[in-house]
Design a protein around this ligand. Structure first.
Ligand SMILES: [Zn+2]
Length: 119
């Protein structure tokens, strides 16, 4: 093989590897339904849809209590001023089908997304 052919081959292999890794990263958690929690735009936690309570406490005293059930996720309580997140109700497969997969608490910088497994 010529040197050029080897370089092209190496490039193809690298590209394939990169594409494989990228697709794995994108599909992270896609094998099962998951609840992703973001705090100030950084991943705070990722949980399966199983009975669980997640407390999101911050140094400034902000507290969000998130409840995960086998059906979905909702903000059980929070000490934010507007309580919008608590009033958003539950996110389930039904709401995700209507493009409502998020619960956000703007005052606390908390976002919660219900991500359903690929069908
Ligand atoms: Zn809130």
């Amino acid at each position: 093989m010529k040197r050029r052919d080897i370089l092209i081959l190496a490039a193809v292999v690298l590209l394939a590897a990169a594409a494989f890794l990228a697709s794995r990263a994108l599909n992270m958690g896609a094998e099962e339904d998951r609840v992703l929690i973001y705090l100030h735009n950084e991943i705070y936690g990722s949980y399966p849809l199983e009975e669980r309570t997640v407390r999101i406490e911050q140094e400034n005293g902000s507290l969000n209590v998130l409840r995960i059930t086998g059906e979905g996720v909702y903000m059980e309580s929070a000490n934010c001023k507007n309580q919008d997140c608590v009033h958003m109700g539950m996110r389930t497969a039904d709401t995700v089908a209507h493009n409502e997969s998020w619960i956000t608490c703007l005052p606390h910088g908390v976002s919660v997304q219900l991500v359903l497994a690929a069908p």
